[in-house]
Design a protein around this ligand. Structure first.
Ligand SMILES: [Zn+2]
Length: 262
């Protein structure tokens, strides 16, 4: 690594002496208000989608002639969510990058306009929007199919839709917020290590909760060179508890947590 060896040692030593639990708590505290903000925003989007779907299917026979692909204006929602990604991702990445850079005490500023950072924001905004909308569409399609095969009317269909969006507001908004903010924060941290030139390795730290997960638990304490992957997309992980079960990492290359969605 370039720069001074003393600084490398300093950075690594600091990583070792700080209790891992304390590091996790700091991270938890730091991400919490950001996760909450994204969660509230997602709940707002889901509420608006809920109203849009109900109003589409309430328009008489439309519910059963047009399928779920017509219940929401998909182009509009792809754009809305992508724009939101473009808004919150740079904030999380920039703030976390600044924070980690300050901890290194080397007087270098984090560059959020770096091409790698900009590319991540663009790809991630698109994927976040695409996946979220695809998930909603898939869930609506499943409801529609069940409702039709049960011979239901608009009233019963609406009830199923209400249940779906209640679930989205209560659980999925939080799940999306957690994974997006954690991913962006860890990306920002790693980019600051790369930009600093003085950090050589990164270590995977698991939360107390994740120690219960048979895939995340074995990640505890794993180290790789900064900028390298922990796993490549497509790799398959064994389940520590059940030898016949596996986790296929088909979503993306894994440079940092989250390993998968909980
Ligand atoms: Zn896990």
């Amino acid at each position: 690594m370039p720069a001074s060896a003393a600084l490398i040692e300093y950075a690594e030593e600091k990583l070792i002496v700080v209790a891992k639990a304390a590091l996790w708590q700091q991270f938890e505290r730091w991400t919490r208000p950001r996760r909450n903000a994204v969660e509230r925003k997602m709940q707002g989007f889901f509420r608006a989608q809920h109203r849009e779907v109900i109003s589409s299917i309430s328009a008489g026979k439309a519910a059963f002639t047009k399928g779920p692909s017509e219940w929401l204006d998909q182009q509009k929602w792809l754009l809305i969510l992508e724009e939101y990604g473009q808004l919150f991702l740079p904030e999380v990445i920039g703030d976390k990058g600044d924070l980690e850079m300050r901890k290194l005490l080397i007087g270098v500023d984090f560059d959020v306009e770096n091409p790698r950072v900009l590319a991540f924001i663009n790809q991630r905004s698109f994927k976040f929007s695409f996946d979220t909308n695809k998930g909603t569409q898939k869930a609506l399609q499943a409801i529609f199919t069940e409702s039709i095969s049960a011979g239901e009317g608009v009233r019963e269909l609406s009830a199923r839709i209400n249940t779906l969006f209640q679930f989205k507001n209560k659980h999925q908004a939080e799940q999306i917020a957690r994974s997006e903010v954690i991913r962006a924060a860890n990306f920002g941290a790693e980019q600051s290590y790369l930009q600093s030139g003085v950090v050589s390795e990164k270590e995977w730290i698991v939360s107390r909760d994740l120690r219960l997960c048979p895939y995340c638990e074995p990640m505890k304490g794993r180290r790789v060179v900064v900028g390298m992957v922990f796993f490549q997309q497509g790799e398959v992980l064994p389940n520590a508890d059940f030898p016949n079960q596996f986790l296929k990492l088909d979503y993306e290359d894994i440079f940092h947590p989250p390993l998968h969605v909980h």
